[in-house]
Design a binder for this molecule. Sequence first.
Ligand code: AMP
Length: 330
Amino acid sequence: MKEIVLSGIRSTGNLHIGNYFGALRNFIKMQDENDCFFFIADLHSLTTHPDPLNFHENVKTVLSEYLASGLDPEKSVIFVQSTVPEVSELYTLMNMWSYVGELERTSSFKEKVRKHPNNVNAGLLTYPVLMATDILIHRANRVPVGKDQEQHLEMARVFARRFNSLYNVDFFPEPSAYNFGTELVKVPGLDGSGKMGKSEGNGIYLADDEKTIRKKVMKAVTDSGTVDAGATMSEPVQNLFTILQLVSSNEVVQFYMEKYRAGEIRYGDMKKQLADDICKVTLPIRERILEIKDNEKYLNETVKYGAEKARKSASKTLAEVKKIMGFKWN
Ligand code: AMP
């Protein structure tokens, strides 16, 4: 049976190959097997008070990059959160069966309070309520989440159960995590250790041009290249191989692995190959990003089309929720 899968997408920052191989590639596959909703969470981003001058442009960039990578508005419902006003209405209702104590206890809230003590706004506190609203409004069964989001998904389950029991109905399904199985990869950075990330400043971006990619790869940290029998591979070199495995053919990986084991590897050659193969994946996407970002008409139509489809599903849920709660005027 097809499942309803929903995933939120942050509304700022360019996508790097960690996002592509860690998440997007799976989203693209999911579209063929499920009824998918992908939305750009622009309301969520308001907790940090984004500059109105960049606000729209940021959403446009993220949307263009997702579309260019292969999210398909014909296969999935791709929408911008704020274009579906039903979300805000259900969020208001959901706040009535969310308790301040449980919201204050979420680890993401506690972390935000620690990091930004001067901006502890109510939107931050009710962030998990809005997240749960995003999920429940489409009555989604599955949500692809990373480890850091598991607590939010658990809260969505709590809110769903609470509504069902408060009104003695079996209305909201309890959403569970979408499991990618063994396909979940962690893409490392090229700076020796840790994962590739926006805040780590070590990303190779889908929108990077060829020269930038080559420069970044050639600067990647390696080691002295001497291999002692039985010694484990150093982390920076393991990281290079991890990315090589994602972008290159098995033969290429095999070739460099044998060279490494024989103590004959020349990291300069391996990096050149790695840069070539990263470019093969990202440059066609970059071309589409530039095309799509330039095509205001296409972007407007896509957002309008997505909003229509999302509103159809959202308004149905909202009407039923209001009926259950006893609203009768409409
Ligand atoms: P973020 O860029 O942190 O907002 O992450 C967006 C999505 O990309 C999440 O599903 C992450 O799990 C995924 N992601 C981010 N960085 C990596 C990485 N280095 N390797 C694998 N997946 C990643």
